[in-house]
Design a protein around this ligand. Structure first.
Ligand SMILES: Cc1cc2nc3c(=O)[nH]c(=O)nc-3n(C[C@H](O)[C@H](O)[C@H](O)COP(=O)(O)OP(=O)(O)OC[C@H]3O[C@@H](n4cnc5c(N)ncnc54)[C@H](O)[C@@H]3O)c2cc1C
Length: 113
């Protein structure tokens, strides 16, 4: 059996895992293995803003449920949990891009000088 060697192993090809893998692989001496529990991200709804509701409890997410909720007659609710899909852990998500007021960045800019 062939043995592969890697400089580092990243578990989870979600938002953080993909950024990390991209940065680390910029160094040609660094061999990166990125592991993902989910499958392909080639589903149309993954690319449509706010269509994540069509993907919940379908195998494209982790099918998390809440604990029993007294306010729901002790039923367990299905909530929008994390995605389980390569390069879209966030399931395409709602595609909200919060844009803060420019003043919010002033402190950052001063800190970098
Ligand atoms: C329904 C929903 C909508 C959202 N909408 C927005 C939005 O509009 N705008 C926004 O900015 N943020 C949004 N978010 C938040 C955003 O998705 C998260 O903040 C972000 O994805 C977190 O990144 P992460 O890398 O920590 O985790 P994730 O992106 O969840 O990545 C984790 C990855 O690890 C994999 N994984 C887990 N366990 C294992 C294992 N044992 N082995 C292998 N792989 C594993 C998972 O399958 C997943 O792909 C949303 C989140 C959800 C759930």
């Amino acid at each position: 059996m062939a043995t592969e060697r890697y400089s580092c192993v990243i578990v989870g090809a979600g938002s953080a895992g993909c950024v990390l893998a991209g940065r680390l692989s910029a160094d040609p001496t660094c061999r990166v293995l990125l592991l993902e529990a989910g499958g392909s991200n080639r589903k149309r709804e993954i690319r449509i803003p706010a269509a994540f509701t069509k993907l919940l409890q379908t195998g494209y997410d982790w099918n998390y449920r809440t604990s029993e909720q007294p306010q729901l007659s002790d039923r367990r609710a299905a909530g929008p949990g994390p995605g389980r899909v390569a390069r879209r852990g966030r399931l395409g998500d709602a595609t909200h891009h919060p844009r803060p007021h420019p003043r919010a960045y002033r402190h950052d800019r001063r800190a970098r000088r």
